[in-house]
Design a protein around this ligand. Structure first.
Ligand SMILES: C[S@@+](CC[C@H](N)C(=O)[O-])C[C@H]1O[C@@H](n2cnc3c(N)ncnc32)[C@H](O)[C@@H]1O
Length: 260
């Protein structure tokens, strides 16, 4: 199902929301989240499968299916983590080059091993994505999956727009704030329980356990699918398309094109 934009989002209200998210999460983003991702690689995939009741793989495949790839394309996967997106993109179209950018060395080391096991290569750049260390107009396609809740979007989205070639496409997928309040209420309670259970099953670190509440709060203060569509237009993308997932917008898929 396609959904429309939320016209109440202006550049001013977006900046206010971002300032609010920053005031709530700046410390968690700079200290706690990096520690969590030191520990997470060893159980990232099975942990997500358990927490999502098996739907995780479907979610990643659904995302990769939406990405239109042509031979010779230069692709950037932002917050690439374990390279689960980049590996699938290369399997779908082997005649592309994929660059991964993420600040976690541990996630990227795990991702490089997974790529090598599949006989694939992904260039890795360890960097905070608040600024992207690439020239303007560098990539045909940019992907960002399962990470934007942890990012200052008024910094990162303009950077993505800058390094995308004119006419290039940005593909986004993440757990979003459901538009329906009742759905959000159940979703956040489910998440609290499933994250605690996953931490118990996989013996996660103290840092990951202490961050559990943050992962739920981050969604509560994040954007609905409609709001994200508006934000992408504010950044300068045209042809912004969004599809609600089968879970009522809990996971949202967007794609947006940089004007020629
Ligand atoms: C849920 S994980 C990985 C998602 C990835 N698509 C995957 O399938 O493995 C989120 C990633 O975002 C990265 N991340 C979070 N904030 C970041 C930042 N400011 N700069 C760079 N990477 C960041 C983390 O290091 C982590 O690897």
């Amino acid at each position: 199902m396609e959904y429309s934009s939320d016209s109440s989002i202006t550049w001013g209200s977006f900046e206010q929301r971002e300032q609010h998210r920053l005031s709530l999460f700046a410390q968690t983003w700079s200290q706690c989240v990096p520690k969590v991702f030191e520990d997470v690689p060893r159980y990232y995939r099975p942990g997500n499968i358990v927490a999502s009741l098996g739907l995780w793989e479907l979610w990643v495949w659904q995302f990769v299916r939406t990405v239109d790839l042509q031979p010779q394309y230069k692709v950037l996967d932002v917050c690439a983590g374990t390279n689960s997106v980049g590996i699938r993109l290369l399997k779908k179209q082997p005649d592309i080059s994929v660059t991964a950018v993420d600040r976690s060395k541990e996630m990227q080391e795990h991702g490089a091993k997974d790529a090598a096991k599949a006989g694939l290569h992904i260039d890795s750049v360890i960097h905070d994505v608040t600024t992207l260390p690439f020239p303007d107009n560098s990539f045909d396609v940019i992907t960002l999956q399962a990470a934007s809740r942890h990012l200052q979007l008024d910094k990162v989205l303009p950077e993505i727009h800058r390094v995308l070639k004119p006419g290039g496409w940005f593909y986004h997928c993440d757990m979003l704030k459901p538009t329906n309040r009742f759905l959000e209420w159940f979703y956040l309670r489910y998440l609290r329980v499933s994250l605690a259970l996953t931490a118990l099953i996989f013996g996660s670190s103290e840092a990951s356990r202490s961050c559990g509440g943050y992962f739920v709060e981050a969604i509560h203060h994040f954007y609905t699918p409609e709001e994200l569509s508006s934000i992408l237009k504010l950044i300068g993308f045209k042809q912004v398309e969004g599809k609600k997932s089968i879970w009522g917008g809990m996971v949202g898929f967007h794609r947006a094109q940089k004007p020629e």
